[in-house]
Design a protein around this ligand. Structure first.
Ligand code: EPU
Length: 311
């Protein structure tokens, strides 16, 4: 915490001097960097221009005991209203977002959007990456989450990952050597994902495009269009969908301030434009309490909740 560590203005100044190519800003609003569109500011915001500058930054954070976190596409993230103390890093610089083809492989930087990876695979007639199309995330966030949809998941379609360890050293590792769980890869809590190598299966473009269209149709028919953080809760079991459970509990439409449970899918909380993080968190508490008292089920959030309640 900066209360006892280096003041945030000093961290900002030191990063600016240390990383001449990178973007460094103070008091960066995070709401617009998340799909839920709520929450406060980051004390310091950093967009490293290269792996080398990111590595320097990480070494500085360790020396100065400055807290930091990596922000992905912000699609599975709820930032509390008081914002985030420390440094929030976004790997969205073009140098860290490249997609390089080496058929049947695609080497993708952490900042590459999953939709772009899917489109590139389609263009090169590589199948199996269609499910990435509708996930509103980037490669780094999807690795950390082991993101998935439509029966596919990240770690089933990648062969290697590139990452920075806690000391700022770059490594490459086969995915078979990295343990993963349902919607989580704990390895990337301490290591920073820099990119992944995807592997597709050769197939005609038309067949791939047709499957992509089917997935899009299913998604747009079953998910709300308003701002949300995707599915709020993990499915309690492989046979029980959290959305179906919330639907059965009669909670669709339940409102708290500017946040409400979507009428389209029970596992989505939507923002009508005026929601605060506190509204969303209160709804989460209400839903969990009902699932517990009426069905004895302990729902666990899939979205990552970060930051302070008060600024
Ligand atoms: N259902 C209802 N009412 C609802 C919502 C769903 O009855 O309000 C029923 C559906 O009709 C369906 C079943 O519940 O029969 C399952 O619903 P769905 O197909 O939407 O799948 P899900 O298990 O709710 C998962 C992922 C989604 C992913 C979809 C499609 C989780 C927690 N959710 O949802 O991922 O898009 O499958 O592959 O794993 C996300 O992670 O943010 C996310 C949205």
């Amino acid at each position: 915490m900066f209360d006892t560590m280096m003041p945030s203005t000093q961290v900002f100044e030191e990063l600016k001097a240390l990383l001449p190519e990178s973007v460094v800003r103070q008091s960066e609003p995070l709401a617009r960097r998340t799909t839920m569109r709520v929450g406060g500011c980051a004390d310091v915001y950093l967009e490293p221009a290269s792996e080398a500058e990111l590595s320097k930054a990480v070494q500085f954070f360790h020396r100065s005991e400055t807290p930091f976190m990596i922000l992905g596409r912000g699609s599975n993230l709820l930032v509390r209203d008081g914002g985030v103390r420390g440094v929030v890093i976004c790997l969205c610089h073009p140098n860290l977002s490249r997609i390089e083809a080496e058929k049947p492989l695609l080497h993708c930087g952490a900042g590459a959007r999953l939709k772009a990876v899917s489109a590139k695979a389609r263009e090169l007639e590589l199948a199996g990456l269609e499910f990435l199309e509708g996930i509103p995330g980037n490669v780094g966030g999807a690795l950390r989450m082991n993101a998935g949809a439509m029966g596919g998941e990240m770690f089933k379609v990648i062969t290697q990952v590139r990452f920075l360890d806690a000391g700022g050293i770059v490594h490459q590792r086969n995915t078979a050597d990295i343990p993963v769980e349902y919607r989580s890869c704990p390895f990337f809590q301490t290591n920073i994902a820099l990119g992944a190598t995807f592997r597709g299966e050769p197939e005609a473009k038309e067949a791939i495009a047709q499957r992509t269209a089917q997935f899009n149709q299913k998604r747009w028919g079953s998910q709300p269009k308003e701002p949300s953080a995707g599915c709020i809760f993990k499915n309690p079991s492989p046979t029980l969908s959290a959305g179906k459970l919330i639907d059965e509990l009669g909670l669709k439409g339940t409102r708290c301030g500017g946040a409400s449970v979507s009428m389209v899918h029970g596992n989505f909380i939507i923002n009508d434009g005026n929601a605060t993080a506190s509204d969303v968190l209160q709804l989460i508490t209400t839903i969990k309490a009902r699932a517990r008292s009426e069905r004895g089920i302990e729902l666990r959030t899939e979205v990552e909740i970060i930051g302070e309640e008060h600024g």
